[in-house]
Design a protein around this ligand. Structure first.
Ligand SMILES: [Zn+2]
Length: 298
């Protein structure tokens, strides 16, 4: 278990052992802190045949779990919305008797992406669960869930590690390229930092910083950079927000900075729309950024 989640895991594991764990858990917290891994280990301990708080790793249940072929654990995950069919199918599997005659677990990842009818289909099971059934709803955006779903779950608030803990853990994993900026940009969410550093196809934060310096010195145009970065516009917007927050700390406060901060917030929303002109959005932002830097330098 990740060290920053160990305490929560220990508390829930203890309650599972005492049969006092709520059947519906809403496991929430920021993206990239390990909510899914947390849920999987918790599911494994609930299903384990040994009477220990942690999964034994040796019993039939643990072996099946490790082979990802445990018949009593079901996962629902989707890149898009989670439709009613996926939920109905999962509930159908849950209502059958447990194959290993023990507990059953349904894990729904990114639960906020359930459609309204999917959520309503789940509601009945949350209200009247079959025996020995546990539902884990994982979400980084729980406010998007139906209030009726939220009210029927016990909330488990998982949090990102502290800056130091995040830094130490990343160092212990021998992840190359970690620096303080990257840790701060990704809100001390270690798995997000790793995902970013592992993305070899995309631009790195170092490349971004270098190019941004070239922009400041008018060695490259905002349009050229916008063209180069348009595929990763969301990433660039996030990094620019971080860059501006550092500027604000140095005492720079003016209309242009505020206007740009506002533009970046709007851009990160607009970029969710697949039909949007990414080149136009980025070049507009980078032009403003260049103006701001000129003003700052004078
Ligand atoms: Zn076991």
């Amino acid at each position: 278990m990740y060290p920053w989640l160990a305490e929560s895991y220990s508390q829930l594991g203890h309650r599972a052992q005492n049969s006092s764990l709520h059947h519906g858990l809403l496991i929430k917290g920021p993206v990239g802190i390990g909510k899914t891994d947390f849920s999987l280990v918790l599911a494994k301990s609930i299903l384990c045949k040994s009477a220990h708080q942690k999964p034994c790793g040796n019993c039939q249940s643990c072996s099946l779990f490790d082979a990802q072929s445990h018949p009593d654990v079901h996962r629902v995950a989707s890149d898009k919305q989670i439709g009613v069919d996926l939920i109905r199918d999962a509930i159908q599997k849950l209502t059958s008797t447990a194959h290993l005659s023990g507990n059953k677990v349904l894990i729904i990842e990114q639960a906020e992406s359930m459609t309204e009818s999917a959520a309503n289909a789940l509601l009945k099971t949350l209200e009247e669960p079959t025996e020995n059934t546990f539902l884990f709803l994982i979400s980084a955006f729980p406010e998007r869930l139906l209030p009726t779903i939220i009210s029927r779950c016990e909330k488990v608030n998982l949090q990102a590690p502290s800056f130091e803990q995040c830094k130490q853990w990343l160092a212990s994993q021998n992840i190359a390229g970690v620096n303080d900026d990257i840790i701060r940009i990704y809100g001390q969410c270690p798995l997000k930092v790793i995902a970013q550093l592992a993305n070899k196809d995309g631009i790195t934060f170092e490349d971004f910083s270098t190019s941004l310096n070239q922009l400041k010195q008018a060695q490259v145009s905002s349009l050229t950079l916008a063209d180069k970065w348009q595929k990763e516009a969301e990433q660039v917007v996030l990094w620019l927000q971080y860059d501006l927050s550092k500027l604000a700390i140095t005492g720079l406060h003016n209309n242009l900075l505020w206007k740009l901060e506002d533009k970046l917030i709007k851009a990160s929303e607009a970029l969710q729309n697949p039909g949007v002109n990414r080149l136009l959005i980025l070049s507009d932002i980078l032009t403003d950024y260049y103006r701001l830097m000129r003003q700052h330098a004078n």
